[in-house]
Every structure is written in structure tokens, then in C-alpha cells.
Design a protein around this ligand. Sequence first.
Ligand SMILES: Nc1ncnc2c1ncn2[C@@H]1O[C@H](COP(=O)(O)OP(=O)(O)O)[C@@H](O)[C@H]1O
Ligand SMILES: [Mg+2]
Length: 242
Amino acid sequence: MCEDLKILKQGAEAKLYICNYLGRPTLIKERFEKKYRQPELDTAITKERIKNEARAIVRCKTAGVKTPSLYLVDFDRRRIYMQHFEDSITIKDFIINVFKKHEQNGSGDGLNSLDKVSVLIGQTVRKLHDNNIIHGDLTTSNMLLVQKNENVDEHDAKWLQIENLELVMIDFGLSFIDSSTEDKGVDLYVLERALISTHNDYPDIFTKILNAYKSYSKNNVKEIISKFEEVRARGRKRTMVG
Ligand SMILES: Nc1ncnc2c1ncn2[C@@H]1O[C@H](COP(=O)(O)OP(=O)(O)O)[C@@H](O)[C@H]1O
Ligand SMILES: [Mg+2]
């Protein structure tokens, strides 16, 4: 069914394989057993995660958020088959690269592309929330940049120019559908925490993302932001107490 299965990476939850499935570059995400969990519970949790991932991918289509295409779900083997973006970079690596280049040659145009990435992130999260999709694990490792124009390859000078890239959202295992402002606020808080720990050399990024998030559409934005601030204040209190 699948040719040339190769392991790509092993994460905390899943093994990722790449292969050729029906002539298309495919990524298989196989969630492995957690031995510390009771087996029936483990199976149920895994099935739930796979369902969440598949459901969100379908829903993102209507929301206008780009994700990998879903090819196949195999519950027995705990696998989901999806489109593999061979020439992609995570936003995490993109940001780290821009900073590296900036340090090496002091060029300012890279920093300009960070502003554009922040806007892309803010708009995309907003589109998810406007469609009541809560991602559940918003980090810059779960956002890819891919070429808009498929004719540009990795060796072309145009590769990695932000104007030619679009955001692909991935890793929807913890996602769910909810219309509450509270859950949207929590989603933003998760993103803020992730940014603080991953991109501490770029402290403005979250503010920039939030500005783009606020201005992209107007649905309930005030309530969502005040919920977000409430959640953040609770989080602070918790860390102070220890
Ligand atoms: N469809 C895809 N195309 C290209 N790379 C991908 C794709 N899906 C995942 N990746 C890469 O694999 C990494 C881990 O995948 P992810 O779905 O986030 O699983 P995990 O649960 O291990 O975080 C991502 O950060 C990204 O680098
Ligand atoms: Mg991930």
C-alpha cells in the first residue's frame, strides 16, 4: 500500500514516517502505545487524538486555513496518512534562522519578514477561532511555511522569501470545536507561553501576533482578549504561589 517507508522523526507521542502513497509524498503519523497507561484507556485516548486531528483538518478547509490534505485514517495501526510538504520549514526554524542571519551580517530586511510572519500567525489563529476551532497546542513547531508557488525549489533564491510563503497549520491531536471565548483565550495563552520559552530573543512577537489577531475580524474580539488576560492573570498567580 505504501512504498519506501522511511522514519522521519520520533516525537513524544508519535513516530513520523514518510513514504509514497498512491504516487504522492505522504507523511504517516503513528501514535505509539504509552506503556504507563492502562491499555483500553490508551487505545481510547489514541483514537480520540486521531479523530481530533482528522476532524480539524476537514474543518480547516471551510475555515480557509491551510493544512496537509488528509489521505487515510487507520485506527487499527494508530495511523493517519497526510500530505507531506517536502520543502517546508517550521516557523520556529524560520525565526531562528532570521535571527542567526541578522547577527551575522546585521541586515534589517530579515526582521521585516518576522513582522510578516507574525501577521500570518495572528490572521491564521483568528480564522481558526472565527470557525470555533481550538487548536489546543499552538506553538511555532506546529506551523509550517511552504511555497505558494510550487515551481520554486529549495535552491532557488526566492525560497524562504516571506512573500512567497504561506502558513500551514499542523498537529491537531489536541484540537476541539468550541465557541466559548474562554477556550479561545486559553488557546492564545498557550501560544504566548510557547513563544516565551522558544523565542525569548524576540519578545515583541506575541504583541505583533495579537495585533494581527485583533484586527483581522471583529467577532467577540474584546471578550476573547479579556478572557485571555484573565487566564494569564490566573497563570501568573499560580506561578507566584509555586
Ligand atoms: N505534513 C507535514 N509536512 C512536513 N513536515 C511535517 C508535517 N507534519 C509534521 N511535520 C514535521 O514533523 C514535526 C512533528 O510533527 P507533529 O505533527 O507536530 O507531531 P508531534 O506530536 O510529534 O509534535 C513538525 O514540527 C514538522 O517539523
Ligand atoms: Mg507538534
